[in-house]
Design a protein around this ligand. Structure first.
Ligand code: AOS
Ligand code: ZN
Ligand code: ZN
Ligand code: ZN
Length: 426
């Protein structure tokens, strides 16, 4: 299924009058709306290929029908999202869940939908049918050199797939760690992982980046070998200038101050990008902004305030990897992703409202209440009309979810693909 610009424009017509009222009001409240809108129009967030199917839990899976059965259909789904919001112009693949057997055709298809290929992800947290050794006791950290080599080779293979498609980065997330005290020599595990990462790093093309994603717990519950931003940063620093830390919002211990982590990683020039999602407890992978929207705003506030050396924020060419890593088991995955993208845009727009000069001034004077007021003033401003206006200007839908529903996209996907389809992934 393809949503043409004409279909979307026609759908917009009925919503236009109401939008104009909202937008006029927003313009009367907010300075310089055009520059904010322009930044919103330019901003793109990559969609993970593994979020296009209904996520499972360890207790059950309830597919909603019409899920993509192939990489081609996943691209088609992201194309639908991008047609609706013009902000989802990239897809992030996970190998071997997605194998681009005919990369040229895949690239052509993606280009037809206006999509680029964002970071490619390796998978050494599951055993594949055809592999020689098991990752039961870790991959890059494994005590057995042959197992480490197998995992390194897989990552190099993933880079090759990425090169074929025009990706520019590799995300390495490791489930490596230990479940019980005594199981692992922490230092050896770190050193083995570093050596393995160095071998992968050596295979990176010159213009590529490596993102080292950390996670506090799960599937290992006593120690994780890349367990926090400190460990990730140690690896990134030792690896070299192409290696960066990737922040998945759900990968921290409860109540961690993620915005502070973001600020300091930028100071070090080592913030690579994000896996956006939200959580109440752990790696819940809930819709972005559904639980802690203020935290999301505070993260964007750090991003928009602090430029990173050689890695200017919001510059798509050389900038951060903006990716979503959320996947749900009860919502329509495409609606869920539309909500996530919108939440990111709202937080971004609000962060652009912060009076940074006044904020610095308040800080200099230790005027705590004023500093808090400045942030909350921005956060409490309704910017939804700006986000909607950015969508109109980009040729997208005024109200993506309403259009998705009115145009009966899921129904059409079910009729094309069937009710009992299951997308590859977790
Ligand atoms: C796992 O918890 C991480 O978030 C990874 O980014 C992982 O590759 C992705 O979530 C797919 O399972
Ligand atoms: Zn992640
Ligand atoms: Zn995760
Ligand atoms: Zn997650």
């Amino acid at each position: 299924m393809i949503l043409s610009e004409k279909i979307i424009q026609d759908h917009n017509t009925s919503l236009l009058a109401k939008h104009k009222l909202h937008f006029e009001f927003a313009k009367s409240q907010i300075n310089d709306v055009d520059s904010i809108i322009k930044r919103l129009v330019d901003f793109q967030v990559a969609i993970p290929s593994w979020a296009l199917g209904t996520g499972g839990t360890r207790f059950g899976r309830f597919p909603g029908g019409g899920e993509p059965r192939s990489l081609e259909e996943k691209i088609e789904d992201v194309g639908l999202l991008h047609a609706l919001n013009k902000t989802s112009g990239a897809i992030s693949l996970h190998i071997p869940w997605d194998i681009p057997t005919a990369p040229k055709d895949i690239q052509t298809l993606a280009a037809q939908h206006g999509l680029a290929f964002d970071a490619v992800n390796s998978n050494t947290f599951q055993d594949q049918a055809d592999q020689e050794y098991s990752y039961k006791f870790g991959s890059l950290q494994n005590v057995n050199k042959a197992i480490r080599k197998q995992a390194v080779d897989h990552n190099i293979e993933v880079i090759k797939h990425g090169v074929d498609l025009g990706s520019k980065s590799l995300t390495v997330w490791l489930s490596d760690g230990s479940c019980f005290p005594g199981q692992l020599n922490f230092r050896k595990a770190f050193e083995n992982t570093l050596e393995s990462l160095q071998e992968i790093y050596a295979a990176l093309p010159a213009d590529w980046k490596m993102f080292v994603e950390y996670k506090a717990f799960e599937p290992n519950f006593y120690s994780m070998t890349v367990g926090d931003w400190g460990q990730s940063l140690l690896f990134a620093n030792k690896l070299g200038e192409k290696a960066y830390t990737l922040v998945d919002l759900g990968h921290h211990l409860p109540n961690a101050n993620i915005e502070q982590i973001v600020s300091l990683l930028m100071m070090e020039g080592k913030l690579g990008g994000f896996h956006f999602n939200d959580s109440k407890y752990g790696d819940d992978d809930l819709t972005v902004g559904s639980i802690k929207p203020y935290q999301l705003f505070l993260i964007f506030n750090e991003l928009t305030q602090g430029a990173q050396l050689n890695n200017a924020p919001f510059d798509q060419g050389s900038g951060f990897g903006w990716m979503i890593d959320a996947s749900h088991n009860i919502k329509d995955p495409l609606e869920d992703l539309l909500q996530s993208v919108e939440a990111i845009q709202i937080a971004y727009a609000q962060s652009l409202l912060v009076d940074t000069i006044a904020l610095e001034d308040a800080r200099q004077n230790n005027d705590v209440a004023k500093a808090q007021e400045i942030l909350q003033e921005a956060y409490r401003t309704d910017v939804r009309a700006l986000v909607a206006e950015a969508r109109i200007r980009a040729g997208a839908s005024l109200s993506p979810i309403a259009a998705y529903r009115d145009l009966k996209v899921r129904k059409e996907l079910i009729s094309e693909r069937g009710l009992k389809t299951i997308a590859t992934g977790l």
